[in-house]
Design a protein around this ligand. Structure first.
Ligand code: 4G3
Length: 244
């Protein structure tokens, strides 16, 4: 698949590449991959180890619990990903690593990243990755939030889903990207669908009024009110930004 028909080229480096089946087969991301708008290549560092045991991890210098991912197999996998990228027509592809030590990802970061069209995403496991590999081969470390999970695969899928759905919106309906919560720094408004009365709870009258200006006004007020109540940090930021 060549870059003319591809919106996004992705290489993931993971010792559990099958985890990405979920991204590649299901939902909005699955459709993007199946139709070739997104190319997803997987590289298992284990496939790049020559020794009989295919070791990719070893004990940490300085002692302590757990294992550390070795630099050599990861470097080999990154090189293979870059070679594949070049074959597919993509050059100078940035290498990202998902890590609790990374910068915490915001929607604005995803929007900035979506301007790039090819990425290699490294997924660590165990206690982490040899720091020298990060220094030599990784361009940026990203975190999806201040918590730890057992591998970088789920965080990578979170990032890739966010990128793919934006790419989709760029190609298709640009309005829906604009309507995302956070795209303007406020939480989303509440949503309602049929039936109009559900278990004694009804739909706000304004939404059934057909008055589009009044609906837009109501939704905006709801966004402000919810942001103020639930996310005072975002509300302060929004007020600074808009001078309110
Ligand atoms: C330590 C990312 C753990 C180092 C990864 C990878 C949470 C996130 C791991 C490392 C992770 C996150 C794997 N847990 N908050 N676990 O984005 O490179």
């Amino acid at each position: 698949m060549f870059r003319s028909e591809t919106a996004l080229w992705l290489g993931v480096i993971s010792v559990l590449p099958e985890m990405f089946d979920a991204l590649a087969a299901q939902g909005v991301t699955g459709r993007a991959v199946q139709t070739g708008r997104v190319i997803l290549h997987r590289f298992n560092p284990r496939d790049f180890v020559v020794d009989g045991y295919r070791r990719i991890d070893d004990r940490p210098y300085g002692g302590g619990p757990g294992m550390v991912m070795m630099a050599e197999p990861l470097q080999a996998a990154i090189r293979a990903a870059k070679t594949q990228a070049a074959l597919d027509g993509w050059h100078e592809v940035p290498v990202l690593c998902m890590s609790p030590q990374g910068r915490v990802l915001k929607q604005a970061d995803v929007q900035a990243m979506a301007r790039q069209q090819a990425f290699i995403v490294l997924c660590g496991r165990y206690e982490g990755i040899d720091e020298r590999l990060l220094a030599k081969e990784v361009d940026a470390e990203w975190s999806i939030g201040d918590y730890v999970v057992s591998g970088g695969e789920l965080p990578a899928m979170v990032l890739l889903d966010a990128l793919i759905r934006l790419q989709d919106q760029v190609l298709g309906d640009a309005d829906s990207a604009d309507q995302d919560s956070f795209s303007h720094g406020l939480l989303d408004c509440p949503h309602y669908t049929r039936p109009p009365d559900w278990e004694g709870l009804d739909v706000p009258e304004v939404l059934r009024s057909g008055d589009h200006a009044a609906i837009a006004r109501w939704r905006f007020e709801q966004q402000c009110e919810r942001t103020r109540q639930r996310r005072p940090d975002l509300w302060d930021e929004w007020r600074k930004m808009t001078g309110r």
